[in-house]
Design a protein around this ligand. Structure first.
Ligand SMILES: [Zn+2]
Length: 193
């Protein structure tokens, strides 16, 4: 037998026994209703749903996995890297200035448990902003771009091709191709007539 309905259970001997569930089931008593309602409320509690960003890597994570950055502020010096950050310039000829201090997302005041554990060991987390992943403040105009709009303004367009193998894993089939988008040409063409 391959398919069994939920009212059958498999015994140790491998046979399926009929539980002879009544239908319709009897009305649930108040205790059961209370247990169901309170466990639903518990699951939907704000603390189980709320998410916030990690100051070290910027990843959005459930709040229950985050702790305050100020608890590890004495260890954050390992995230001080040069050549990663850049203050906004209004003109191409303006000199480049970096932000001082550890490379963090200063709009977040919490840190993900995994990042905190790495920092406590004196290691920079692999996906930390300090590992060359810092972006800075994203302007409102760029925050809500659609996929095609992102392609149009990307300075470098990249693509890579993967195939799924028998084990369900993926492997790369071709090289990554990266080529520069002709942005000035696009600017002259947009907006379309
Ligand atoms: Zn993190």
């Amino acid at each position: 037998m391959h398919a069994v309905s939920s009212k059958y259970v498999r015994t140790k001997s491998g046979n399926y026994d009929d539980l002879a569930t009544e239908f319709p089931p009897s009305i649930a008593d108040n205790d059961l209703l209370h247990t169901i309602a309170s466990s639903v409320c518990k699951k939907m509690n704000k603390s189980n749903i709320e998410e916030a960003g990690c100051a070290v890597c910027g990843e959005i994570t459930p709040v229950r996995n985050l702790s305050q950055v100020k608890n590890i502020k004495n260890l954050l010096h390992i995230l001080t890297t040069s050549g990663v950050t850049c203050k906004e310039r209004k003109n191409q000829n303006d000199p480049l200035h970096e932000y001082s201090g550890p490379v963090l997302d200063y709009t977040c005041n919490r840190v993900y448990d995994h990042c905190r554990a790495c920092i406590r060991k004196g290691k920079t987390p692999r996906l930390a902003l300090a590992n060359g992943l810092w972006l800075g403040k994203v302007p409102d105009e760029l925050k809500s771009l659609r996929f095609v709009e992102k392609l149009l303004i990307a300075r470098v367009w990249h693509t890579c091709s993967y195939v799924k193998v028998a084990s369900g894993m993926r492997k790369m089939k071709a090289n990554i191709i990266a080529f520069e988008s002709p942005i000035p040409k696009i600017y002259n063409i947009l907006p379309p007539p």
